[in-house]
Design a protein around this ligand. Structure first.
Ligand code: ZN
Length: 331
């Protein structure tokens, strides 16, 4: 009697903005602005600290054109032009140690605000996790009347599996930010010690420190995007699996690539294909696939033969990929 209604599969909702299939531009932008404010605060506090503590006398004589070298996590080291031998700092080892201790406090206060239990970044990550669950819920609801009848968003958000995923995201997010703050401290300690040792004047030192903070901020933004979009994807994967386990639906993940000029070929080539959650997880565990990735995977319910219910959608996605390949080879 209602068998046809139950087995009929609806078409999945594919985001209209092709360049942003996870629809994360706005939440990522919000977290970026938060990060910018935090680094602005760090710069202000460090300036005040260095103005007070980095004192001494200008040295007479010949300044030596030189470079201060800083290592970068990703890519070659940076070289900053400076004049060595122009300044004598009146600072003993204990004062330097105390200064670096304060640098760490300033960094941690801004980047680890809230601590492991309530880190500021966790709000953003949790919000994306919820948004991903909501998107998966909406998508599965339009595809399956069975799913729509038997699932509520509240039920998903209060499930222990959901709570466990959030808890796991908290742990990894916190350790990401601890790593970032530690790396920034080590980097600034290197600059300050080097500047004092080689007599680079406080003004030049401050300029290099500001540049190093910009490098750290760029890294923070990359990390934030990876965390946010990663949480959104995980939520989509989780609900895809759960719908299969709970309701016996033939779910898989439909890959949507952003197909930007910068999209990696092996990310783009997945556009329009379907994968199991395990396959997708394996992809993201490899190399640096999860960094700077704008791809999305949305739940789809497949027909008995394993194809997407709507042929038109399959063809449309194929055409989009072909168009990208064409423009990609033109450039
Ligand atoms: Zn990607």
């Amino acid at each position: 009697m209602t068998k046809t209604a139950i087995t009929r599969i609806g078409t999945p909702i594919v985001p209209r903005n092709k360049a942003d299939p996870t629809q994360s531009a706005r939440p990522v932008g919000r977290m970026y602005r938060d990060i910018e404010q935090r680094y602005l605060g760090i710069k202000r506090n460090l300036k005040e600290l260095f103005d007070q503590r980095l004192t001494g006398q200008q040295r007479q004589g010949n300044a030596q054109q030189s470079y201060l070298v800083c290592n970068n996590d990703d890519g070659p080291a940076s070289f900053y032009k400076c004049n060595a031998g122009t300044y004598t700092y009146d600072m003993i080892a204990a004062q330097l140690a105390d200064l670096l201790q304060r640098v760490q406090t300033i960094l941690d206060d801004a980047l680890l605000e809230g601590g492991s239990q309530n880190l500021w970044a966790l709000d953003y990550v949790a919000a994306e996790y919820e948004r991903g669950t909501h998107q998966a819920f909406t998508n599965l609801s339009v595809q399956s009347p069975v799913y729509a009848q038997q699932t509520t968003l509240m039920q998903l958000l209060s499930a222990p599996a959901y709570q466990n995923q959030i808890a796991a995201a908290y742990v990894s997010t916190y350790s990401d930010w601890v790593g970032l703050s530690d790396a920034a401290r080590a980097d600034l300690a290197n600059v300050v010690s080097d500047a004092i040792g080689r007599g680079i004047n406080p003004r030049e030192t401050a300029r290099i420190i500001s540049k190093r903070l910009d490098v750290s901020m760029a890294r923070a933004k990359n990390m934030a995007q990876t965390e946010q979009v990663g949480a959104l994807r995980k939520a989509q994967w989780q609900e895809t699996d759960w719908a299969r386990e709970r309701l016996g639906l033939n779910t898989k993940l439909l890959w949507l690539s952003a197909l930007k000029p910068t999209t990696r070929r092996w990310h783009a080539s997945r556009h329009g294909r379907t994968y199991t959650t395990k396959e997708v997880e394996a992809f993201y565990a490899e190399n640096s696939n999860r960094f700077n990735c704008y791809c999305s995977q949305i739940p789809v319910i497949l027909k008995g033969d394993g194809s997407i219910s709507n042929n038109g959608l399959t063809h449309k996605l194929e055409e989009e990929l072909n168009l990208w390949k064409k423009t990609d080879s033109d450039t």
